[in-house]
Each structure stands twice: as C-alpha cells, then as structure tokens.
Design a protein around this ligand. Structure first.
Ligand SMILES: [Zn+2]
Length: 428
C-alpha cells in the first residue's frame, strides 16, 4: 500500500526551499519520495493507498542522532550516587560505571525500547548508539537492534570497549562486535576513550574495524584528564595516538566531543577528514568545557550523549552555548544538526534515505519562508510540533502516538526495569 502526504508544505532540508505539494512516499530501506499532482481518491473506494492529510503542516526530512547512549535511559531520577562527583573521572566512576555494570539483558531491552520511543516521537529515525554493559555484553547489540527495529528506527551500533574492567569484558566486547557485524549488523567498533584503552585493545579494534569495513566510535578528549593520561602513558596526545594506530584512516570513524585538542590534533582531524560529534548539553552538564569546532573542521554533527532524545533541543543548545565560544550562527547550528545525514551517506550506511520524514504541526505568529527558515528553526520549531513520523516509508508515529508498539507497555516495562536496576545498584 502506497503512502501519500496530501497538501504538504515540503521543506527541502538542504536548499530550505518550500513548496506545497502532494508527496508519494516509497517504502524500503532505500526508498525515496516523489511530488505528485494527484493522489488516489479514497472516497471513491480506492484502497490502494494510505493518505495522510497535511494541509497547513510542514513536512521535511526526519532527524538523526550522531552520538547516543541508550544505557543511560533508566538513570533518570535515580538515587544520588554514593559520593557526589567533583570531577569528570568521578562522574564516570560513581555514576555511569555504576549504572552500566548493573545492566542486565532485560534492562538493556527496556532502555532501548524507551529510548527509541522518545527518539521516534521527537522525529529521530536514525540513531548512532554507543553501548556499555560490562557484565552483560554478549548479545547486547542484537537486543538493542531488535528494540530499535520494533519501534521502527534505523541504527548504527557499537559496544564501548575498554580495559577498565579487565580481560573478561574486554574480550567479550571484541567478540560481541565480531558476532554482531559478521551477522550483518550495521555498526562501528566502539571504544570508551583513550584513557581506558590499552595499546593492544586499540590495535585489535582497528584490525576488527578494517576487517568489517567500518570505523571506530570513541570519546576523544572529553575532559583534560584524557590528554593528561595519554601524555603520561603513551607520550603523545589522544588524536595523535588514534591516528598513529590507523583509527583515523577509516572514513567511518566518529570522534565524540574533541573538547581539549591542540592545533596539531585539529590539523590531523582536518587532514584525515574524520567526523566529530558535538554534545553541548552533556559537556555543560559534566562541566568539561566547550570547544570551538570552527577551528577543527566543517565535519561536525550533533549528538545527545544519552542526556535526552531530542535533536531539535541539541541544535538550540548548540546555537546558544556556541555564542561565547565560537559565535555559532543559526546556519552553522542547522548545518551541524543535519550533518548526520551527510555522514551516514558518505560512510555508506543504510536507513537514512529520503523516505524518512517528519510532519510538523507548526503554527506561527509569523510566516515561515525559505528566507527566514533558520529563525523559525532556532526560535520556533521544537519537538512538540512533531506530529507524525515516517521511517523507511512506514508511519511509526501518528498524531503524536507511536504506532509500532504500545507506548504505555514500553514505559511500564522501563519503570519495572528501572526499579530493578536501582535495587541492583544499591547492592553493588
Ligand atoms: Zn558519549
């Protein structure tokens, strides 16, 4: 059954040109859209099509998240940590490494389902996730993939390899990548960060990435401590270390954060063409500083770092917090918001074709035009305007309700698993 969006005001996500049109949406992982003059008349008994009336509404390409962590989903509102962290290392030790060590398979599933639900309702149809559950690694990527598939969002997954928990989790993490990628899963080789990854693991990861035709996905210089440890342990800075190991020769590689880089590192990133993910709100939350990404390159995309599931919010934060640091323009914030599509396409991944769309029920006190779109993007349009979401040509959210699974069941399951996680954390 074909899908038609009737009388849509279509915003081309690249040219920002707006036209009122009917849209025929093809199904499938590589499906596109076409503008048509007429659509089937359902009143006349033509049941060959599904038609959604978009009169007065805007339709544009759906959104993507360049760096996410479903593993943090059940942390919302959890009891305070044993020690209130005073620096980045303590945030990891007392919060995130406490959470991820307690995650079991069901908690991972619930986290992925709830996170995908929120992403979908906020217009995100492609998620690049970086997962950690050191004592439940085997099968974890498939658990996440199945949950994302159930909700209907495309994905690019990896497991956060590190030496922080010893040889067992390290080897299990490598094996999980091998199993998932050899089975046809779409993913990176994930690494936590330079300061928790030894040379042997880094080499194994690059080798595995080359074997599977993918890249690394790693946090880079999120805090100064990453550089301090790298200089102490390896006598070089983080980007140089990754480059020397061959990690930046892989065009699919993603470097998260890149807050504390020197000029040589910025030049390396420029010359290798590696992609960087900016996660402004997370950087503010962890008080690790903010970067001037203009000094690095134009290949900057945005992520949530697992703080939330709302890329429009990430774009606004990028604009506002970028003012004192790099004078971020509205055009730059929008370009970074949309760069995830360029990354996915250039890296050769699937699931972000033209048939991923959002319908925005956006009433405004002023007219939205090609010329002033960016002003509406920063100051007006937000996730509450996302009414309907189409992923790979299928309607996954309609009238702000998930259609592919039961929202209340997902959230009830998540709350149950959240209680279980918090209990487990008390005992560990
Ligand atoms: Zn992260």
């Amino acid at each position: 059954m074909s899908l038609y969006l009737r009388n849509a005001r279509f915003i081309d996500w690249q040219t920002l040109k707006i036209k009122t049109t009917h849209i025929k949406v093809d199904k499938g992982v590589s499906g596109g859209i076409s503008f048509v003059d007429s659509i089937p008349d359902l009143d006349a008994g033509d049941n060959s099509a599904r038609v959604i009336d978009c009169k007065g509404k805007f339709v544009t390409k759906a959104f993507g998240c360049g760096h996410h962590h479903i593993y943090s989903t059940l942390a919302r509102g959890m009891p305070a940590p044993r020690k209130i962290p005073t620096n980045f290392q303590e945030i990891l030790t007392y919060i995130w490494w406490h959470v991820d060590k307690c995650l079991d398979k069901d908690m991972i599933e619930a986290s992925a389902l709830a996170s995908a639900l929120y992403c979908a309702k906020n217009g995100i149809t492609f998620i690049i996730d970086h997962h950690a559950s050191p004592f439940n690694i085997e099968g974890s990527l498939s658990t996440i993939a199945d949950a994302f598939d159930k909700v209907g969002v495309s994905h690019l997954l990896c497991y956060e390899l590190s030496d922080r928990d010893g040889a067992g989790p390290r080897e299990a993490g490598l094996a999980e990548h091998e199993r998932y990628l050899a089975g046809g899963g779409q993913g990176h080789i994930g690494l936590h960060a330079s300061f928790t990854v030894g040379d042997e693991l880094l080499k194994s990861s690059v080798d595995l990435a080359i074997k599977h035709g993918t890249g690394l996905h790693i946090h880079v210089a999120e805090d100064k401590a990453d550089q301090v440890a790298c200089l102490k342990d390896h006598n070089k800075r983080v980007v140089k270390r990754l480059h020397d190991a061959g990690g930046l020769d892989l065009p699919q590689t993603i470097l998260g954060h890149c807050i504390h880089l020197d000029d040589e590192e910025k030049e390396i990133i420029r010359s290798t063409g590696s992609w960087v993910v900016q996660n402004t709100e997370s950087n503010l939350n962890n008080n690790v500083g903010l970067a001037n990404y203009n000094q690095i390159s134009e290949k900057i995309m945005l992520g949530t770092d697992g703080m939330h599931c709302d890329m429009l919010r990430s774009a606004k934060a990028t604009f506002l917090s970028g003012q004192p640091v790099e004078g971020t323009g509205m055009d730059t914030a929008y370009a970074r918001f949309r760069n995830v599509h360029h990354y996915i396409q250039s890296a050769g991944f699937k699931g972000d074709a033209g048939n991923n769309l959002v319908v925005l029920d956006y009433d405004s006190p002023t007219e939205l035009t090609n010329e002033n779109f960016l002003g509406h993007f920063i100051y007006g349009i937000n996730s509450s305007h996302v009414e309907t979401v189409v992923a790979q040509g299928e309607v996954i959210v309609e009238d702000r309700v998930l259609k592919t699974a039961d929202e209340s069941e997902i959230l009830a399951y998540a709350r149950q698993m959240g209680d279980k996680l918090w209990e487990a954390m008390k005992k560990s």
